[in-house]
Design a binder for this molecule. Sequence first.
Ligand code: NDP
Ligand code: 2IT
Length: 448
Amino acid sequence: MSYVDEVYELVVAKNPAQPEFHQAVKEVLESLRVVIEADEEAYRKEALLERLTVPERVVQFRVPWVDDKGQVQVNNGFRVQFNSAIGPYKGGLRFHPSVNLGIIKFLGFEQIFKNSLTGLPIGGGKGGCDFDPKGKSDREVMAFCQSFMTELYRHIGADTDVPAGDIGVGGREIGFMYGQYKRIRNQYEGVLTGKGLTYGGSLARTEATGYGLLYLTEEMLKCNGKDITGKTIAVSGAGNVAIYAIQKAQQLGAKPVTCSDSTGWIYDSEGIDVALLKEVKEVKRARLTEYAAARPSAEYHEKKADEHGVWSVKCDIALPCATQNELDLEDAKALVANGCFAVAEGANMPTTLEATEYLQKNGVLFCPGKASNAGGVATSALEMSQNSERLSWTFEEVDSKLQGIMVNIFHNLDEASKKYGMEGDYVAGANIAGFLKVAEAMKAQGIV
Ligand code: NDP
Ligand code: 2IT
């Protein structure tokens, strides 16, 4: 059996009931087949793929806290420190009821290659908790965040592991966690990114993932003889990534017409009103029904299991920005039938393997999240640089560095896909380009 297949079977056997982790590993290993098989014995002897797929460290812990009724609640906290070959562990924290070890491992594994693609010195990690911030008071969120950090603090540090936000973790949660870290450690250091601007945050970090997604999409289209101006875009999600993707798409002259949350979705024939969406989601933390109520051109649709939601809308470009596996084979068929010619992932692994294959086979330009959503973590690394030099850069400075990074990422994966005979397969290009740097660093550092 080939080494790649052997390792994939091992991963499935050793990590039962972690389907998202298997999926992420499968996609990467399939892309690496051509690289590994060219030098199979050397990779096998060093057990490089086994080392790549087993996290350096997994921390799992109890998070007890008291709710507003005086009831004690207990949640499950995680931090997976996956790979530190090229820098301190770096990756977000997700607070969502669906969080479990397999989800955090898939996210941490993806992060290794994403962080490598940014060209910056950051290793791969991810964490989170099955806590649901929805419907909780600010005091409850603070009590939870303080308890979470009361264990996490001993595993992280500015040169060790630097968490940030992800689903359910935004400025409010980062602030509460930062305060508790500082209180316990008595140390003012850049241990988290996505911090507020008054205490070490970077300008443009809030916008970075969505803006970066559009910078990369624009470059991908340009290099394929297409222009983003005037194009209709279907976006899913209504959180941090979706909001700033919609905003930048409009600045570039495109027309995003949809967004969604966990209960329903919006089609707005006039184009999404970003100021209203921000008011509903960032300020009121309300449902999208409130957007529809305030906007005559918007239709609200309740989410239904057997329907395609935002992917049923006629569009030129699709940007999935909500969560994993939200775009399946049937959705991909609907997009192709409606003339969609480009998909770039804002979320992590939003497209199933079958859907990705279908889109690629039907000539749709497809950019995987580990490349197209890397602007968030790249700007986090820029926040770390600013913290280290105890200076703050202007919005324009950070934004122009972000643009340069995203354009560079696209060219790196484009070149890798060509070099390995898979021109236009940006999934393979991203996985190969991300892997080669990490593998070289791992080899140089010996058996650790
Ligand atoms: P937010 O919590 O800000 O927003 C998430 C959005 O997706 C919300 O609209 C939420 O709906 C919706 N959503 C979440 N889970 C589900 C679900 N299970 N089913 C349907 N809808 C869901 O998170 P972000 O915008 O930060 O993250 C979105 C995606 O982007 C994630 O995959 C994340 O890993 C990825 N990402 C985030 C980065 C960042 O910097 N924040 C960087 C790179 C990737 P509702 O409002 O109802 O909760
Ligand atoms: O998935 C991701 O890249 C993030 N959630 C951002 C991670 C970070 O450290 O900024």
